[in-house]
Design a protein around this ligand. Structure first.
Ligand code: PMT
Length: 327
């Protein structure tokens, strides 16, 4: 029997991604490994990057969501440092933990190296210390199997993956953390309305040419809000759920974060503004609003940005009372 619930309808009407079963098997194995090695291990699901909305089934064009994956990739490194095993659900080709230090488009990784004719290629002297530290952390995470990378591209893939991962994490209970930093599309084209092939520039709709043949009119449906279902049904009641709120208008940020907290009933909303997201965030919990800011003087030379600061502020309770926390 067909269901009225928009979330359930979504999964009935849209196809499961091809890689879902494989990802589920990897996650099951990852969780079992960590629980059997150390039953106290905490596991975090970090979502990162932006989802796409394809316009065609055989996709040539798509609508994208803003996010480089910096927040998610950086946070994943700090979670590993803090002792978590990390499931990193990320947009394919967005920034990854560890390699993010060398993948910025203005910083080609080859610029970090040098080599003479006939000699070895080596890391340049000035980058040795930093690269050694990143390499050691990367090797530590790899050796201890602390990082499981799962890519997605579309909003549909993301939602199916999120539902599966939350369900698989249920036995982890209060040692599971959801850290939802991905930028998730709010609108999409349902499968039954999606073109199979590349949309032609002269499109015929209902027997009529749309516009003068140069206009493309796209009709999008809202993506059902999944945070509430995640909190109340997919995830264990004992797990901790942290969502992010991105706004561009400073006057809206805190009230929208409070609304989300109230509406979805989860643990914490971290608010950030598009233009200042690397330097300041606001933690919104029931009855509490706490800003964490990188001091102005340290903004340009801070490599790790606000994620490092948040880690330190959490350890240092006094710091929580200050507006700016020193790095
Ligand atoms: O990667 P960077 O370039 O470093 O950028 C990081 C970031 C700015 C993307 C990140 O810090 C951030 O703010 N991520 C959340 C952005 C976002 O999607 O905000 P939103 O207001 O659209 O969604 C808020 C929450 O609702 C999210 O937790 C989302 O998972 C959830 N949601 C969204 C859409 C939807 N259909 N259902 C949902 O449940």
């Amino acid at each position: 029997m067909a269901t009225e619930d928009p979330q359930a309808q979504y999964f009935e009407n849209n196809p499961a991604p091809k890689q879902l079963r494989k990802h589920e098997a990897l996650v099951r194995e990852f969780i079992e490994y960590h629980i059997s090695t150390n039953p106290e291990t905490r596991i975090v699901l970090v979502t990162s990057g932006g989802t796409t909305v394809p316009l065609e089934n055989q996709t040539v064009r798509f609508i994208d969501n803003f996010s480089a994956g910096t927040r998610g990739a950086t946070s994943a490194e700090y979670f590993v440092r803090a002792g978590y095993a990390v499931i990193f659900l990320h947009r394919e080709y967005s920034l990854l933990p560890y390699s993010r230090h060398y993948s910025h488009s203005t910083n080609c990784f080859l610029d970090f190296m040098e080599g003479s004719a006939g000699g070895d290629v080596v890391v340049r002297q000035e980058y040795q210390m930093k690269m050694k530290q990143v390499l050691e952390e990367y090797q530590y995470a790899k050796k201890n199997r602390l990082l499981l990378m799962l890519p997605y591209v579309t909003v549909n893939e993301y939602l199916f993956e999120l539902r599966s991962l939350a369900t698989l994490l249920q036995p982890v209970g209060s040692r599971a953390l959801f850290y939802l930093a991905a930028a998730v599309s709010d609108f999409f084209i349902p499968r039954d309305r999606m073109e199979e092939h590349k949309i032609q520039s002269s499109t015929v709709e209902n027997g009529k040419k749309t516009g003068n043949g140069t206009q493309l009119v796209i009709n999008l449906d809202p993506v059902p809000k999944f945070l509430s279902t995640l909190v109340h049904s997919w995830a264990s009641r004992e797990s901790m759920i942290v969502s992010f709120k991105l706004e561009t208008d400073p006057n809206l940020l805190v009230s929208k974060a409070e609304q989300a907290l109230h509406k979805y009933g989860h643990d914490l909303v971290i608010g950030n503004l598009l233009t200042t997201r690397k330097w300041e965030v606001v933690f919104v919990r029931t009855g509490e609003e706490r800003w964490v800011r990188v001091p102005k003087a340290k903004r340009s030379r801070s490599v790790s940005g606000i994620e490092e600061l948040v880690g330190r502020a959490d350890k240092k309770k006094d710091a929580a009372k200050k507006d700016e926390v020193d790095l």
